[in-house]
Design a protein. Structure first.
Length: 124
């Protein structure tokens, strides 16, 4: 990250391992063989019946970013909402917070596509 030597820059190995885990969690959830567990988890945490869990699951499958690159407009929307609770959030330049180098590295290396393939999930 570009903001004054933040932890991600100092411990890139830890940030990369975290990002890999986060991506794998998404892939695990999307894997067809894990759908029953996903439905059960959604039903429990959303406190919905099987039909509601199925709807939520389908929404997640359709809506989740397969390659979660940070999106400037999305960060600005989050910032807009958060600054109502903490006005200092509005002082941060969203452009200074986004650093896609690790995501680009993982994508360029084929890590993400290989992970999706290993779980039988379409990466698109």
């Amino acid at each position: 990250m570009r903001h004054g030597g933040l932890a991600a820059e100092q411990r890139q190995d830890v940030a990369e391992a975290y990002l890999k885990g986060e991506i794998e969690a998404v892939v695990l959830f999307l894997a067809p063989k894990n759908k029953p567990v996903g439905l059960k988890t959604l039903s429990k945490w959303l406190k919905v019946d099987a039909s509601g869990a199925e709807d939520a699951y389908l929404d997640l499958v359709r809506g989740v970013d397969r390659k979660p690159f940070a999106v400037l407009e999305g960060l600005r929307n989050a910032q807009r909402l958060l600054k109502t609770r903490n006005p200092r959030v509005g002082e941060v330049k969203a452009e200074d917070v986004i650093d896609s180098r690790l995501m680009k590295k993982l994508d360029d290396s084929g890590f993400i596509d290989k992970l999706y393939a290993s779980y039988g999930v379409n990466p698109k």
